[in-house]
Write a protein that binds this ligand. Structure first.
Ligand SMILES: [Zn+2]
Ligand SMILES: [Zn+2]
Length: 384
């Protein structure tokens, strides 16, 4: 299959986006293309609608896993091109259609130019956007037999030159988590709010105190960023002094340990302030994304592959700030995530007019293939 066919496939995915956890037709399209590339094995329904293609040479050697994500977003597309989403309110605004097409392209390359040792796993992972797909795949009993030695993934990054490879050793993107704080006081007549317990002041103080925890210094190990997502007190019923309220946050830090420390601090703040204001509370922690940690050897393979392919390489001084559930893989296996420049003028990820730039497809395929070459050529030196 030529690049033209890969682009056609990418546009077919773009026109038929499916939300996280619902990637049924997408997985069928992936399997249809994979069958043409004759892998040793195809595993279906992996952690939901996940698919894995395995290229096993039958010879000893490392097992290398490459991951693409496959889900789309609940965003109404504003683009009007021929391959625009046929579904209202759902579209590929993170380029997962492109990531999927690149991994299918890698399957084609492995079919044409197989390695002579080891095993390569191409994982098409569902439900990345809601942070549950990686866990579901890792916990699927069908994944147990796979056990990779190294794991790799890429994400396209608008704002960087097309085809530039962006990587670093250490944290690649942060640990992130969201939380819902619910406060319960006591309703009263609006004229007699002193007879109730209105959570308004507690919420005002919590917002201020949480802001004081922020550390925007990207170079600092203690980087910590809170984003207030939503807040509410009572309801627009003007005769009532409200007795309940809520606050929703997302926050991120470079490591799991720092994230845990921040969680304790916020619990302490809530505890203190709700006690002072005689309120009860609940906290729900949701949407946890593990930090992606890049192993030094794996990151070196990414860099060497980029250089061997004559691609521009950028060693990123600080991690990216977005969450990515590939972190769960690097918690378990050595590996690396890297960025693939999507063009300085390409709209940002998750924006209504974003579209994956097809001219970076070959960069992704060649970088992945080159990484496998590097791992196999230096395998003896890096026995784990
Ligand atoms: Zn996304
Ligand atoms: Zn994404």
């Amino acid at each position: 299959m030529s690049l033209d066919n890969l682009i056609t496939f990418r546009k077919e995915l773009h026109a038929h986006p499916e939300l996280s956890g619902q990637e049924r037709a997408t997985s069928q399209r992936i399997i249809r293309e994979l069958k043409k590339c004759k892998p040793s094995q195809i595993i279906e329904n992996l952690g939901g609608h996940g698919v894995a293609a395995i290229y096993d040479t039958g010879n000893p050697g490392k097992t290398i896993l490459f991951r693409a994500d496959t889900d789309a977003l609940p965003i109404q597309e504003t683009n009007t091109f021929a391959h625009k989403s046929i579904y209202d309110g759902v579209s590929h605004k993170c380029g997962h259609d492109g990531h999927t097409a690149m991994l299918v392209g890698l399957a084609q390359k492995l079919h044409r130019q197989p390695f002579n040792k080891g095993k390569i796993i191409l994982l098409f992972q569902p439900a990345e956007e809601i942070g549950i797909g990686a866990r579901a795949v890792l916990e699927d009993p069908k994944f147990e037999a796979l056990q990779p030695d190294y794991v790799f993934a890429l994400h396209n990054v608008p704002g960087y030159p097309k085809g530039q490879i962006v990587c670093r050793t250490g944290t690649f993107n942060p640990a992130a988590i969201s939380l819902v704080i619910k406060l319960q006081g006591k309703k009263a007549h609006a004229a007699q709010q002193e007879n109730g317990r209105n959570p308004d002041q507690a919420i005002a103080v919590i917002i201020t105190k949480v802001h004081e925890l922020q550390n925007y210094d990207l170079a600092s190990e203690d980087f910590l960023k809170f984003t207030t997502i939503f807040t509410r007190i009572g309801s627009p019923d003007y005769g009532i002094s409200p007795g309940d309220g809520e606050l929703h946050y997302t926050f991120r830090s470079w490591t799991k340990a720092k994230l845990e420390a921040a969680k304790s601090k916020i619990v302490q703040i809530i505890e203190t302030i709700t006690t002072q204001h005689q309120l009860s509370y609940t906290i729900d922690w949701i949407y946890y994304f593990a930090a992606s940690h890049n192993d030094a050897f794996a990151a070196q393979c990414v860099e060497q592959s980029a250089l061997k392919n004559n691609f521009s390489y950028h060693n990123k001084p600080y991690p990216f700030q977005w969450g990515e559930d590939f972190g769960l893989f690097t918690e378990k296996y050595p590996g690396a995530m890297f960025g693939l420049g999507a063009g300085e003028d390409t709209p940002a990820l998750h924006h209504v007019d974003y579209d994956f730039p097809d001219d970076i497809i070959l960069y992704g395929i060649k970088t992945f293939y080159g990484i496998a070459e590097k791992v196999y050529n230096s395998g003896e030196m890096h026995n784990r």
